[in-house]
Design a binder for this molecule. Sequence first.
Ligand code: ZN
Length: 248
Amino acid sequence: MATLQGKFIHANETLNNELNYIMQAYINFYGEDYKDYISSILKNLKIIWYDDTVQNKENFRDTIISSLSENTINECLKKYNQKCFSQSAYIDEIDVLVLPLSYDRTHIIHEINHKISCHITSLKPLQIISGVCVNIEKDGGIVSENSDLNEAINQKMTLEILDELKKLGLKIKYTPSWQEEIFPLINLFYELFKDSLKKVYITGDIDSLIKDVGIENYHKYSQMMFLKCFKLRRMIERGKKQFCLMMI
Ligand SMILES: [Zn+2]
């Protein structure tokens, strides 16, 4: 069985070897105009890898590995719940990607797309625009708006970026994800406003998207998405997915 170090070397090398392809796939998707922005984001990835084959996380520290300094990792662990480092994620506040050592490209592209679409607009109070999701610090916590809608849009984009990678000659194996359950609710919205959505991901200018959709329409749609996704999540948790899909 490969050691943690062995898996790390493999994942790191694979990413370095593929980085130019990945960069090109994002450029093909978002457009040549954003080449500089995309390259600068992809050349500055801070990654903590986690061993996604380990079920028992008792010795949690033995399941993560990174080229970041020991101090940086300890700082991150102090600041965040360890659970954040045992699943794929992009932690925007500290600009760290948490990626699976099994090198799951679907997860990797999804999380990098979160990084590309993350724009910190204010530090105090913290305000982050992440795609169409707006996170605002309030009373010591973070209030998120449109986070499910954003997850589904991000996953739609992920699948298209993976298609671009495929066109560039890379072998792609898709991993299904929970966000796909929301696709029926966003297919039309996504197709109609794809160009505006791409723009907002790169620039963080959410107002221009809202203007394109129409202020009233946008708020109605996000409200509807919030309620439907809330219901969907609750049903999935209760294991009544089939029933739930009939409801939405
Ligand atoms: Zn996500």
